[in-house]
Design a protein around this ligand. Structure first.
Ligand code: HEM
Length: 447
């Protein structure tokens, strides 16, 4: 498709002060799925700011890959940095290459295989804590698994439960109100309102806990963790390790590697519980592939269906559903001139849910990710991990952890959703997850 053939349009119906914030936050999937009907590039308002959303995979690819022109900056990132620091996920292009180079070694394949021992242990601890039948509230249960795993691979396998709990309590407050902090006027955030005070207190506690964990972990000399990789890379560059940067990078990895994995696992169990055939197929694969109740890192090659389930879950419910970029100079996109400083909203939803790209786009169909069926898909048809230089550094880590957890659960348990589920998303939260998903787990009967 050539540039001239892209269309652009304006989303109708914005409210006077809020613009389109309300439908975006209250029913994000339905709202974002509706956008392509207004054009390949659509204009809408977040508060009083006019923003543009690429809805065509080629436009999404361009905005993701030209990270110099479409940079992380502007008022939304200023706010995000107040919460998550100036780490690799929030920094601007000028700082990014150096930061990414420092973190990259900690995410190489050989390292991931070492972290897998922690993943396997955490999955075993969780699944062994269940009796049959076991009713769980899915997200908190899976969040504990993901946060414990990422904390212990980031710092040290020795981090104790009380520390993980302290981090969890702070994150609950800071990241549950993420978009509230981003979109509310600063004057409102300065008021001594209960929500603002809670947020400030949680940030203060988080900083104190992290300072202590970093200090303990530096003294620990364990080499198989992300922090050790970061310190070694710093040393190799002859650079001084600033405590502020260590804080920024470690908070970033903790935040980016916990809620994303927990949300994906929660949605996957929901989809499997609603699709009996898919659950049976996953169980059959796990029975054939796993020698023990819990999957190992090496089992992944024999779990292709589990990996397709993970992919399909992220297509339908991408945990990282909303990011922004800001143009660093005037540019043209889909025939529109975007002035320097224009905000572009990056979301995979309009593409992931586009029936012109994915047949029966709203249907859970893991086998659409069979290699022979993926061949015809455009680039950036799947953007659940972003793209270009800012693509998720933890994609293999996240897919690996989700695959191991799902296969291990499928090997031992039947999963079904209980009455009382509310799968509307938590409003204003940084990552896309359901409000409440009660599940009943029943130990499978073997013949
Ligand atoms: C299923 C799980 C995951 C999903 C869906 C996911 C999604 C994403 C997305 C969409 C981005 C791009 C954001 C942007 O373009 O602004 C991203 C970036 C990032 N993710 Fe993930 N992620 C997952 C797991 C993880 C894990 C497990 C880690 C670390 C342990 C991690 C660490 C990061 C970091 C550090 C970045 C910033 C990369 C950069 O800007 O260079 N993610 N993730």
């Amino acid at each position: 498709m050539t540039t001239e053939s892209f269309t652009s349009g304006v989303v109708p119906g914005g409210w006077p002060v809020l613009g389109h914030v309300w439908p975006l936050m209250s029913r994000p999937i339905a709202f974002l799925t509706s956008l392509p009907r207004y054009g390949d590039l659509v204009e809408m308002r977040l508060g009083t700011t006019h923003v543009y959303v690429p809805c065509h995979p080629e436009l999404l690819r361009r905005t993701l890959t030209d990270d110099r022109l479409f940079d992380k900056g502007g008022k939304y990132y200023d706010r995000a940095r107040e919460m998550a620091g100036n780490g690799v996920a929030t920094c601007a292009h000028k700082d990014h290459r150096r930061q990414r180079r420092l973190l990259q070694p900690a995410f190489q394949r050989a390292q991931l295989a070492r972290y897998a021992a922690v993943m396997e242990q955490e999955i075993a601890d969780l699944t062994e804590s269940w009796s049959s039948p076991q009713d769980i509230d899915a997200y908190p249960e899976l969040y504990r698994l993901a946060l414990r795993t990422v904390t212990r691979t980031l710092f040290s396998a020795q981090v104790d439960d009380a520390t993980v709990d302290r981090i969890r309590c702070s994150f609950d407050v800071v990241f549950s109100g993420f978009f509230r902090q981003m979109f509310l006027p600063r004057a409102v955030l300065r008021l001594p309102l209960p929500g603002n005070l809670r947020h400030r207190r949680a940030l203060r506690h988080l900083r104190e806990t992290m300072r202590q964990v970093i200090a303990d972990s530096r003294a620990d000399n364990d080499e198989n963790n992300v922090l050790a990789g970061l310190l070694a890379a710093h040393d190799a560059e002859g650079a001084q390790v600033s405590d502020a940067e260590l804080y920024d990078q470690t908070v970033t990895v903790l935040a980016a590697g916990s809620e994303t994995v927990a949300s994906t696992l929660t949605w996957a169990l929901y989809l499997l519980s609603e699709n009996a055939d898919a659950q049976a197929q996953l169980q059959a694969e796990a029975d054939a592939a796993l020698a023990k109740p819990v999957a190992t890192w090496d089992d992944r090659t024999n779990l292709p269906y589990a990996q397709r389930v993970v992919n399909e879950t992220i297509r339908l419910y991408p945990a990282g559903w909303l990011f922004t970029r800001v143009t660093t100079s005037d540019t043209e996109l889909a025939g529109r001139t975007l002035k320097a400083g224009t905000t572009v909203v990056i979301t995979p939803v309009p593409v992931h849910r586009n029936a012109g790209i994915f047949e029966h786009a709203d249907r859970f169909a893991p086998d659409r990710w069979l290699p022979e069926r993926m061949a015809g898909l455009p680039q950036s048809a799947f953007a659940g991990f972003g793209g270009g230089a800012r693509k998720c550094i933890g994609d293999d880590y996240g897919i690996g952890e989700c695959t191991l957890a799902l296969a291990s659960i499928a090997k031992q348990w039947d999963v079904r959703t209980l009455p009382g589920a509310d799968v509307r998303p938590v409003p204003l939260a940084a990552f896309y997850r359901p409000r409440r998903l009660p599940l009943r787990l029943t130990r499978r009967e073997r013949t």
